[in-house]
Design a protein around this ligand. Structure first.
Ligand code: SF4
Ligand code: SF4
Length: 122
């Protein structure tokens, strides 16, 4: 689940806001605000799209974890999913570059779920 944004690393590009399929973030004065952590589905798309490696998503899908930002910073976890998936590397490198296409697919899934939920309410 979303755990922390490192303000000193963040460029304020807002890519994480645009890519999060469940609208966890709000715009902030300088960095995005983690406004709805309970809506996080631990998909890691915000980490993948953060070119500054300024976001940490903790592995527990069900509960928020209190993390020590300094420990995360020195652990090597920041940007790890980008490195492991070959994000920004050419496909011939053998990494899972098509993983980036999951973002729109996840968003479609959320929209389909919202439509079903709306129907149940009406
Ligand atoms: S994607 Fe990364 S650098 Fe851009 S606003 Fe979000 S946390 Fe900051
Ligand atoms: S892990 Fe996925 S759902 Fe959670 S904040 Fe990041 S993009 Fe949004």
């Amino acid at each position: 689940m979303i755990a922390h944004i490192f303000a000193d690393l963040c460029s304020g590009c807002n890519a994480c806001i645009a890519t999060c399929p469940t609208h966890v973030f709000d715009f902030g004065a300088e960095t995005p605000v983690i406004a709805r952590p309970d809506q996080c589905q631990t998909c890691y798309m915000c980490e993948l799209y953060c070119e500054r490696d300024a976001i940490y998503v903790a592995p527990d899908q069900h509960a928020m974890e209190a993390v020590d930002p300094d420990a995360i910073r020195t652990s090597g976890h920041l940007g790890q999913i980008r490195r492991d998936h070959g994000w920004d590397r050419p496909r011939e490198d053998g990494h899972l570059d098509p993983y980036r296409f999951l973002g729109p697919l996840l968003r479609e899934g959320v929209e389909a779920a919202e439509r079903r939920f709306d129907k149940k309410l009406s």
